[in-house]
Design a protein around this ligand. Structure first.
Ligand code: AMP
Ligand code: MG
Length: 350
């Protein structure tokens, strides 16, 4: 398949290009597009054949449901069976934006899109190109992240081209994304709303609007017997080729421990990479040291994390050590993605 790559500037949207992209979706095709979180791989969310194509293009297991992206609040009503006051409150506070809500689905939504579930995940993104594209596509764009299964989510068009060239009809290049981690997912079908995936919208921000919100206990560790409520969270996504381990502890202890591990690894002939921060990067003696950003700015770390993991694949390091990020804000989302990428390998430095 020939994949057309077109550039659209969010601040000067070319209506003709958007129309062409929208028509591809309405005709059952697939288009990757930028959002403020990561790039999405879009198809018509109400067309079962389109959803099947998305799973095939990504190589994604079909029990891992897709998020339906809408552009207008009124488009929510036809695809869900109930809209509560709390749902409207969250929509008012965070839509358009990086929040996905799990809601009871209506008959309009095919089971192919929801991975067989009676609930549907819905989000209204903030990116202007995404919003224009969703409207042109008929209002309901099902989209997972536009990476092949097992790779980090794409935060730049080049990542999408690497993964999806030849597999989909079109890629809209909108430059680098803003946030760089996937949306927060909150399950609104639970008695008390429950976070199924942490993201830019933090527990505290949700708490302020809802008054109560819990977090799926399986999210931050794997030593639990229960399966996570978001089917996608059980897969080891984002795994870099090199063996990734997170080292936690005080700054000084972490630097010492990682440097000792680098020495040991190199003595065995390993090529070693480190995910460091601005504050610490000069202290490491690894083959490749990448700076995720400053600890003073978690947004910066979230923004660069996936690109760093992809770069390590190109650098062909065989071992990677990462500092840990444990704050209660964005740190939760960063740590959740890192833990998954590391297959939950964590060392405590003393
Ligand atoms: P992605 O689109 O790649 O960011 O993945 C979407 C995430 O949303 C996956 O982790 C899914 O398992 C989750 N998800 C989508 N729909 C539902 C649903 N109805 N219930 C629970 N989780 C869902
Ligand atoms: Mg994904």
């Amino acid at each position: 398949m020939d994949t057309q790559v077109i550039v659209i500037d969010e601040h000067n949207i070319d209506a003709d290009k958007i129309r062409v992209a929208g028509k591809i979706i309405r005709d059952g095709g697939l288009v990757a597009f930028p959002t403020e979180t990561v790039y999405g791989l879009g198809g018509d969310g109400l067309n079962p054949e389109s959803s099947k194509r998305i799973y095939a293009a990504k190589g994604r297991p079909s029990d891992n449901p897709l998020i339906i992206h809408i552009a207008r609040l009124e488009d929510l009503y036809p695809i869900v069976s109930e809209v509560t006051e709390d749902v409207l409150r969250l929509a008012e506070a965070f839509w358009p934006g990086p929040l996905t809500m799990i809601l009871p689905k209506s008959d309009r939504v095919p089971y192919e899109t929801t991975g067989g579930l009676d609930t549907v995940a819905v989000r209204m993104p903030e990116h202007k190109t995404a919003l224009a594209f969703i409207e042109a596509a008929g209002g309901y764009v099902a989209a997972p992240s536009a990476n092949t299964s097992g790779k980090p989510s794409p935060t730049m068009a080049t990542h999408v081209i690497d993964d999806m060239q030849g597999r989909i009809d079109m890629i809209i290049d909108g430059g680098a994304v803003g946030i760089g981690l996937e949306s927060t997912i909150v399950d609104m079908t639970e008695e008390v709303p429950m976070i199924l995936r942490p993201g830019y919208i933090t527990q505290e921000m949700l708490y302020k609007v809802l008054g109560e919100v819990t977090m799926d206990k399986t999210l931050m560790g794997e030593d639990t017997k229960e399966a996570p409520k978001a089917p996608g969270m059980k897969y080891k996504h984002y795994a870099p080729k090199g063996d990734l381990t997170i080292v936690e502890g005080s700054e000084e202890a972490v630097i010492q421990q990682i440097n000792a591990l680098i020495c040991k690894g190199q003595a065995r002939g390993e090529r070693v990479g480190v995910i460091a921060t601005k504050e610490t990067m000069d202290y490491y003696k690894a083959d490749v040291v990448k700076c995720a950003g400053s600890r003073q700015c978690e947004e910066e770390i979230a923004h660069g994390l996936y690109a760093i993991l992809r770069e390590f694949d190109d650098d062909e390091v065989t071992l990677i050590y990462s500092e840990s990020f444990e704050s209660l804000g964005m740190g939760q989302a960063i740590m959740n993605r890192l833990l998954k990428a590391a297959g939950y390998q964590v060392i405590h430095a003393e």
